[in-house]
Design a protein around this ligand. Structure first.
Ligand SMILES: [Zn+2]
Length: 200
């Protein structure tokens, strides 16, 4: 199971504080609710592309001694299964889908060059997810007047902040900003959009 690393900062700061397993050790198991701290259980690696980073990062893993299942702490600047950082994806979606409506030269503010298909993939997934995002994010921010769900979802993400929105969606309702691919939904649970958890 993946949960979010309760850490806000740069990729470099994330890497530096990763050495200490105690700094963000979960105090209980999110899967069986056993009330004891989890045991450090190594790392796995994943690739990450950010505005100033292109390489491999480590993700810390913990083991629950009670249910023998692992929990990994994903830094909140990345999304599960996607290589590019949340900031990169956000910048691209805003440039193409929001600003492109009003600025002819929106492409000049686009992120660093990347494969055309990757951007198309994000846009396709975001369009499919936009209406559900609007419903879920209504727990955090006022729905803005907009011509369609894509615009409304982007506006709501902008006003909430993408990381804050991702944190709420992922931790609160197990919703992926770009939608879970088939077979990768967390714990096989369906996201409960009708009753989103109240923000703390
Ligand atoms: Zn457990």
């Amino acid at each position: 199971m993946q949960i979010l690393h309760p850490f806000a900062g740069s990729v470099q700061q994330y890497t530096e504080q990763l050495a200490n397993p105690d700094s963000h050790r979960p105090g209980h198991c999110p899967q069986c609710q056993a009330k004891h701290p989890l045991t450090a259980h190594g790392f796995y690696t994943r690739t990450l592309i950010d505005t100033a980073f292109d390489g491999v990062i480590r993700v810390r893993r913990y083991l629950c001694e009670a249910c023998r299942r692992t929990v990994s702490l994903l830094p909140e600047f990345v999304l599960p299964y996607l290589r590019s950082s949340l900031a990169m994806i956000a910048l691209f979606l805003i440039t193409r889908l929001l600003l492109a409506q009003t600025l002819n030269n929106a492409t000049q503010t686009a992120p660093p060059p990347m494969p055309y298909q990757r951007g198309q993939f994000w846009i396709r997934r975001f369009r499919a997810q936009a209406e559900a995002l609007c419903v879920a994010l209504a727990a955090l921010t006022q729905p803005a007047p907009a011509p369609n769900f894509v615009h409304r979802a982007l506006t709501m993400l902008q006003s909430t902040g993408w990381i804050a929105a991702h944190r709420f969606l992922f931790a609160g309702v197990r919703c992926h900003l770009l939608g879970w691919p088939r077979g990768l939904a967390p714990d096989g649970r369906r996201a409960a959009f009708s009753t989103p958890a109240a923000p703390a």
